[in-house]
Design a binder for this molecule. Structure first.
Ligand code: AMP
Length: 374
């Protein structure tokens, strides 16, 4: 049972969880019907993260040297004449205009038009139908890298067009490979932290895969295990999954990574925040080491950097926009109050009516006790 799955089960078994007020003298265990799942608090009254997710064991060790993997082609990129003609000064200028910072061994030049990718007519028609006029900045740089078969780490946000940046090259990659035989696992595996994100990626992948007759399956915690495993067993070139559920299915032999040559870790930082690090690493270790790996993250903290070093080979690092900057549509207004004084309460009381008459107000506090007081 993975993180999300256990949450949905818990909510089903305890429909009143979080709704009722604790009766005097009862403890959390009573509230949840003694099911053994309850929130623990530290000395300050702050909830401790559940350790339920630790219950998913990673996959067992695998010896890749004992497996006979078929060779595969990874480079499908031919630089367009217009791009070839760009001087290095023009490349620097273009990257500046696209707000891109690129590092790593010999990265390809960014492009400026869909025509520069060399996609076939089927994919171009699908893109035209959506009325996309030009590649987004992350696509302009990441797609030439991905089509060349390179590993990459992209620091880009949701809304940057990063999903298409890994889906389109994946389709080109899949089309070059022999069709799936019965019992074959996916060629492309995409890991995402949540059910919502995996469903979004699934919808986008399906839209572009359909004209090629390429099958996509979505496997996430909380969804029907039976249906998902039936879909996997029927065969799919692309699987979009949350890490815990992916591991479950490999253990249950509903699928395998023997054909997997393209691995994507989307929102890697959020997968870490949710406690999936062990599972993600375990999946990476289970896919043939010469695979192509693409990793996306909104931030680039130490742990992400370490993961990138461990699972990527000579990656190209692409940063689009400013790391960790705030959404430009949000105004941030910082007030600092002396602790221990009544300043912050006075300020809050004086502004409460104004705030709530123009919209809603969300207040964060540190401790459970503060929440009660507030
Ligand atoms: P993502 O960052 O992948 O969540 O994508 C954000 C949205 O941008 C999605 O709705 C995509 O369909 C859309 N999108 C992706 N690429 C482009 C493009 N080149 N031009 C316009 N919209 C795009």
């Amino acid at each position: 049972e993975d993180d999300e799955e256990s949450y949905y089960r818990f909510m089903k078994e305890n429909p009143n969880a979080g709704v009722g007020v604790l009766a005097a003298g009862s403890d959390d265990e009573d509230l949840v019907g003694g099911g053994g799942v309850h929130t623990e608090y530290d000395d300050d009254g702050n909830p401790l993260p559940s350790n339920a997710k630790k219950l998913i064991d990673p996959l067992p060790m695998i010896y890749h040297s004992e497996i006979n993997y078929a060779p595969f082609e990874r480079n499908f990129y031919t630089e367009h004449a217009e791009i070839k003609a760009l001087s290095s000064a023009a490349v620097v200028d273009l990257r500046r205009r696209l707000n891109l910072r690129v590092s790593g061994p010999s990265p390809p030049k960014p492009v400026t038009s869909f025509a520069h990718f060399g996609f076939d007519e089927v994919l171009m028609r699908a893109i035209r139908k959506l009325e996309y006029t030009q590649p987004t900045p992350i696509q302009a740089q990441a797609i030439p890298a991905a089509l060349s078969g390179r590993d990459l780490i992209g620091i880009a946000k949701t809304g940057s067009g990063k999903t298409a940046a890994f889906i389109w090259p994946l389709l080109v990659h899949i089309l070059d490979q022999p069709a799936l035989a019965p019992g074959d696992g996916p060629i492309g595996v995409i890991l995402a932290p949540t059910r919502e994100l995996s469903q979004q990626i699934y919808a986008e992948a399906k839209r572009f895969a359909k004209p090629y007759g390429i099958t996509v399956v979505c496997a996430y915690g909380g969804g029907s295990k039976y249906e998902q495993s039936q879909d996997l067993e029927a065969g799919a070139e692309i699987v979009v999954a949350t890490p815990g559920r992916m591991i479950d299915f490999v253990k249950a032999k509903a699928t395998n990574f023997l054909r997997t040559t393209y691995l994507v870790l989307d929102e890697a930082d959020r997968m870490f925040d949710m406690g999936f690090e062990v599972q993600v690493r375990s999946i990476c270790n289970h896919v043939r080491p010469d695979r192509q790996t693409l990793m996306f993250s909104a931030t680039f903290k130490k742990r992400i950097e370490k993961l990138a070093r461990d699972v990527l080979t000579d990656p190209i690092r692409i940063v689009q926009g400013e790391i960790g900057d705030a959404n430009a549509d949000i105004t941030q207004d910082v007030h600092v109050f002396r602790s221990g004084s009544s300043e912050k309460w006075d300020w809050l009381l004086a502004n409460l009516v104004g705030f709530t008459s123009s919209g809603s107000l969300l207040i964060f506090v540190t401790k459970k006790a503060n929440a009660v007081e507030l």
